[in-house]
Design a protein around this ligand. Structure first.
Ligand code: 2AM
Length: 178
């Protein structure tokens, strides 16, 4: 773990090796869309972006996450999408499945309880594949990425000269009381 007073943090679903490998099969569908692909080791699905968080707030968030007792679930990410303003291309699932909505809702409540302001927009399932993109992918419906989700993570983000580096700093198993 990085020992700093304040860290840039977010909660995320972190793909395992199988899913990370399968995510590569969507890359050819993004040719011609412009932008910059996310490096394979950086691919993740953000649940809640926390921003710069001090030690006390991080402890508060971790305690709130300890109290989450939701069961494991499986995602079937089967849509490619493009958001013009943030210029991102994502793999997602619409509507957001209920268990994922429940998890993001719990994390929003945790943020509020710890004095942070969650994103007021409704949560939308998206795993960003490409940034600074200009065009929507030709295929919208794609063969699904089946992703059994049995944990969520707290991740630290650091910007270095070689690019952004993510470090999973804690993991919570779903269906297990911490
Ligand atoms: P994403 O929505 O494409 O996943 C870490 O920076 C992660 O948090 C990124 O994957 C990023 O984009 C997400 N994120 C959400 N809101 C953010 C913000 N205001 N600033 C930076 N990253 C944000």
């Amino acid at each position: 773990m990085t020992e700093t007073a304040s860290q840039r943090l977010f909660f995320a679903l972190w793909p395992g090796g199988v899913q990370r490998e399968q995510l590569e099969r969507y890359r050819p569908l993004l040719r011609g869309c412009g932008g910059r692909p996310i490096r394979p080791e950086n691919l993740h699905l953000t649940l809640a972006f926390l921003g710069n968080v001090d030690e006390a707030t991080r402890k508060c968030l971790e305690q709130a996450a300890d109290a989450i007792t939701l069961p494991p679930f499986t995602l079937k990410l089967d849509q490619l999408g493009f958001w013009r303003r943030p210029q991102v291309i994502w793999l997602g699932q619409e509507p957001t499945p209920e268990p994922l909505l429940a998890l993001s809702g719990e994390l929003k409540r945790a943020m509020l309880a710890c004095g942070l302001e969650p994103d007021p927009r409704p949560f939308r399932t998206h795993l960003t594949l490409q940034r600074r993109a200009h065009r929507t992918p030709r295929s919208r419906e794609v063969p699904p990425l089946e992703w059994p989700v049995d944990s969520f993570m707290l991740v630290a983000s650091e910007t270095r000269p070689e690019g952004v580096v993510y470090e999973v700093v804690r993991e919570w198993r779903l269906g297990v009381v911490s």
